[in-house]
Design a protein around this ligand. Structure first.
Ligand code: CMC
Length: 455
């Protein structure tokens, strides 16, 4: 393991200014990044909670998988820079690295790839689940449902406290995600499902299962295979993001791992997270013309307008997202290879980026393009429909979810995730029988749900 022992812990004193009471808390040091105040006993000793909506200052766990330095734009998987992995590695190797902590030897890699391929097929009964959805269903909705349904197929033999069964569950889900993702898409366009081909690599198989038709031969284009493999690498993990934290939280109760991954997929779908790649493309198409960019920049800055510049900003990165830089390069390469160099959407995206990066609002708030800004343009050029973008993100991220789930289950410090709250509701009051309640006058639905309407 590349994991280093952290230095001896130091202390951090918190003072209750109401009483002058001092609380000397241990300071935990990781191998890199800021230290963390250990407040596990704080409520017990001080009788106060800490308040941190969105966990902006909270380390929810210890983890040895991925490191991000958001100020410097650094992203490391198990210590290896993302740029190196994107350039020299492949997705299967990165999966092994994330799961096992080390790069595999040639024999270990062969065995791992063989073991994953062994699980690419879906149980024939599971195929019926797809047919329960409407053809217009979003593939992410299908994915949430079908991955959740996997828990029914592998429940009795998934003892999460048995390491071998944990491994089996991990391999099964990593192997089946491309099959499920491709079928979710094929179902919506009425194409028959094609079985995975285990002579293909992970990315080749994903392209094959998505785009081939049973009546014709299909040879995956090496340019597209390389680009897709790189996209999967870039999305493989990103420490405690919303979907990964969801998987950890769901898993902390001892829940079935397939159900936990389904929860992660649901969380990823939102436009502030993995759904942003789809939203970016929609936004670019809506802008449509460089001359309309200032109008959209103005909307993004207007606090009364919910519109945000999609593909811009990140909770952790306060400089250029290193994944975005690699994606921009990949975008040029793919468009060049496909003869689409003059893609108007790419031109529009570059102009939007240029204008935003010079705008005081974005500069002050350190809002830079994130991984999703260029991903959509590449995926569209590769032939993926917009609705598949987040599905591909989910496929790539599955290994990260699984690695974190496994790390959490094996961590002796893990407890069921159970945040506290600052209660701001009504104080204790007496129940009033229905007939004695005064009429509220004009009742508006917006009183409960927000918004300006009245019903
Ligand atoms: N457009 C306009 N303003 C923005 C944007 C944006 N894309 N992102 C942040 N801001 C503003 C925000 O309004 C706030 O302004 P103020 O300080 O005046 O209130 C300030 O910047 C800080 O933003 P925040 O909302 O406090 O930051 P956050 O860490 O809570 O949100 C984010 C991070 C990614 C949800 C947000 O930047 C965003 O909504 N971006 C657009 C969606 C997007 O591209 N998401 C993909 C993220 S990367 C892929 C992944 O890992 O999922």
């Amino acid at each position: 393991m590349a994991e280093k022992q952290p230095p001896q812990s130091e202390h951090f004193t918190l003072i209750d200014e109401r009483t002058g009471q001092r609380y000397r808390q241990s300071l935990l040091n990781g191998t890199m990044g800021p230290p963390a105040i250990d407040i596990r006993n704080f409520y017990h000793t001080a009788g106060v909670l800490t308040y941190d909506p969105g966990f902006t200052s909270t380390a929810s766990c210890k983890s040895a998988i991925t490191f991000i330095d958001g100020e410097k734009g650094v992203l490391l998987y198990r210590g290896y820079p993302i740029q190196e992995l994107a350039r020299q590695s492949d997705y299967m190797e990165v999966c092994y690295l994330l799961l096992y902590g080390e790069l595999p030897s040639p024999a270990e890699k062969d065995e791992f790839v063989r073991d994953i391929k062994h699980h690419t097929l879906l149980h024939d009964q599971l195929m019926h689940f797809f047919r329960g959805f409407t053809r217009s269903a979003h593939p992410m909705a299908i994915m949430v449902g079908v991955v959740g349904a996997l828990s029914a197929f592998y429940h009795e033999d998934t003892d999460i406290y048995d390491p071998e069964q944990r491994m089996l569950a991990a391999y099964r889900i990593i192997a089946k995600m491309p099959t499920i993702g491709a079928y979710a898409y094929r179902y919506t366009i009425g194409r028959p499902f094609v079985y995975p081909r285990n002579d293909f690599s992970y990315a080749e198989n994903l392209l094959y299962m998505t785009f081939s038709v049973p009546s014709e031969d299909y040879e995956p284009d090496p340019v597209l295979v390389k680009a897709l493999d790189r996209i999967l690498i870039l999305h493989a993990d990103h420490e405690q993001n919303a979907s990964t934290s969801t998987v950890r939280l769901a898993g902390s109760s001892g829940a079935n791992p397939f159900a936990c991954i389904a929860a992660g997929i649901a969380s990823l779908w939102g436009p502030a997270h993995g759904g942003a790649n789809e939203a970016v493309l929609k936004m670019l198409m809506e802008i449509g013309d460089k001359r309309r960019i200032p109008q959209y920049i103005a909307r993004a800055k207007d606090k009364d307008d919910p519109f945000r510049l999609m593909g811009f900003g990140h909770r952790v990165y306060k400089s250029y997202d290193p994944r975005a830089e690699i994606m921009r390069q990949t975008c040029y390469e793919v468009l060049e290879a496909l003869g689409l160099r003059d893609d108007p959407l790419l031109e529009l995206a570059m102009e939007l980026e240029r204008i935003a990066l010079q705008d005081e609002y974005f500069v002050e708030r350190k809002l830079y393009p994130n991984v999703d800004f260029y991903t959509g343009i590449v995926l569209r050029a590769m032939g993926f429909p917009t609705r598949m973008f987040t599905v591909l993100f989910a496929i790539g991220r599955t290994v990260g979810w699984v690695a974190h789930w496994k790390e959490m289950i094996s961590d002796p410090e893990t407890k069921i995730g159970r945040p506290r709250q600052l209660y701001v509701g009504a104080e204790k009051r007496e129940y009033v029988p229905l007939e004695k309640r005064p009429s509220p006058g004009k009742r508006t639905w917006s009183r409960f749900w927000g918004g300006g309407g009245e019903k």
